[in-house]
Design a protein around this ligand. Structure first.
Ligand code: FMN
Length: 308
C-alpha cells in the first residue's frame, strides 16, 4: 500500500510547528545571516540570539575554541538589546515564514520581567525562550538555572509579563535536572528546552594559559549529546509539558534519537557553524526516515523509546 508524505507537524503548547526542527539560540544569529543556505520557511522555528534589556558587547577574544568532539564558547551574550532587536531585527523575522522564538536573558529577575514585557504584543513573535544559565547578580552570581527556587521566580516573572508561551531553557550544570524542570512546570512554563552548554575549560600546556580569555566557557557539540539525551529522557518522563531537545545534534540520526527519548521538537546549535544548511537537511531526513519506516506522522516516534 502506498502512503502519502509523512506528517511533520508538532504542537508546543499553544503553538504549532510545521516540523520539529528549530535552530538553537546564539548559533543562527537573527536568521537573516542564513538565508543563502536554508529556506527559513522550511524550518519548524528559529530561536534567535539571546536578547538582554540593554545592548551587551560580550567578552574579549578569544571567545571560541575547538575541543575534541565539540567547542567551547564564552561569547558573553553579546547582543543588540531588546529595543534594537524589536526595531531592526523583527521586520525581517516576522516575514520569515516560520515561528520566531525570542531567547531572553537577564542579570536579575526584574530584568527578565522587563524584557518579557517589552516583547509582549510585538507582531511576529511566537514564544519566548528564557536562558537561565546566566548569573544572578543579586545572589552572588549563582546561575538562575542552578536553583529550583530561582527557576520558579524567573518563570513566574516572565509569565506575569507576557501573553506569549514561555519556554524555560534549562541548564545542565545541576545535580538533578528533573528538579529544575519541575520547578519551571509548576511555576507555569509552557515548555522546557534542554540542554544549554556544559561549563568547561581548555588550557594550552605550552603557554600554560587558558585558551579562552574568560578562562571558563560553555561546551557544545557532539561531546555533549549523550549527556543531553539522558537529561531529555529523564525530564520527558517527569513533566507533562512539552520538552525540546538540544545538545550535539549534528544530523538526522541525532535528531531522531532526541525525539525517541521524548522530545516533541529539537534545536540544532553548533552544527550550523559547520554546515549552515544542516537544519533544512534534517527536516528532509526526518521525513525520509518516516517514509522508509512507513510511519504516517512524526508523532509516532516521539517518546517511543523501547526499554523492555
Ligand atoms: C556560539 C554559541 C552561542 C550561544 N549563545 C546562546 C545564547 O545566546 N542563549 C542561549 O540560551 N544559548 C546559547 N548557546 C547555547 C546553544 O543554544 C545550545 O543550547 C548549546 O550550544 C547546545 O547545543 P549544540 O550542542 O547543538 O550546540 C550558544 C551556543 C554557542 C555554541
Amino acid at each position: 500500500m502506498e502512503i502519502g508524505k509523512p506528517k511533520l507537524k508538532v504542537q508546543l503548547g499553544s503553538i504549532q510547528l510545521k516540523n520539529p526542527v528549530m535552530t538553537a539560540s546564539g548559533t543562527f544569529g537573527y536568521g537573516n545571516e542564513f538565508t543563502n543556505y536554508v529556506n527559513l520557511h522550511h524550518l519548524g522555528g528559529i530561536v534567535v540570539k539571546g536578547i538582554s534589556l540593554l545592548p551587551r558587547p560580550g567578552n574579549p577574544p578569544p571567545r571560541i575554541v575547538e575541543t575534541e568532539g565539540g567547542m567551547l564558547n564564552a561569547i558573553g551574550l553579546e547582543n543588540v538589546g531588546v529595543l534594537a532587536f524589536i526595531n531592526d531585527k523583527m521586520p525581517f523575522l516576522k516575514e520569515a515564514g516560520t515561528e520566531v522564538i525570542v531567547n531572553i536573558l537577564g542579570d536579575t529577575v526584574d530584568e527578565y520581567a522587563e524584557i518579557a514585557n517589552k516583547l509582549n504584543n510585538i507582531k511576529g513573535i511566537s514564544a519566548i525562550e528564557v536562558n537561565i544559565s546566566c548569573p544572578n547578580v543579586k545572589k552572588g552570581g549563582v546561575a538562575f538555572g542552578a536553583d529550583p527556587k530561582m527557576v520558579s521566580a524567573v518563570t513566574r516573572a516572565v509569565k506575569d509579563n507576557t501573553n506569549l508561551p514561555v519556554i524555560m531553557k534549562l541548564s545542565p550544570n545541576v545535580t538533578d535536572i528533573t528538579a529544575t524542570a519541575m520547578a519551571a512546570e509548576q511555576a507555569g512554563a509552557d515548555a522546557v528546552s534542554l540542554i544549554n552548554t556544559l561549563m568547561a575549560m581548555a588550557i594550552d600546556s605550552e603557554t600554560r594559559r587558558p585558551r579562552l580569555a574568560n578562562i571558563i566557557g560553555g561546551l557544545s557539540g557532539p561531546a555533549i549529546k549523550p549527556v543531553a539525551l539522558r537529561m531529555v529522557w529523564q525530564v520527558a518522563k517527569t513533566v507533562k509539558i512539552p520538552v525540546i531537545g538540544i545538545g550535539g545534534i549534528m544530523n538526522t540520526e541525532d535528531a531522531l534519537e532526541f525525539l525517541i527519548a521524548g522530545a516533541t521538537a529539537i534545536e540544532v546549535g553548533t552544527a550550523n557553524l559547520i554546515n549552515p544548511a544542516i537544519t533544512g537537511e534534517i527536516v528532509q531526513g526526518i521525513s525520509d526516515y518516516l517514509s522508509a519506516h512507513r510511519l504516517e506522522s512524526v508523532q509516532e516516534i516521539i517518546g517511543s523509546l523501547i526499554t523492555e
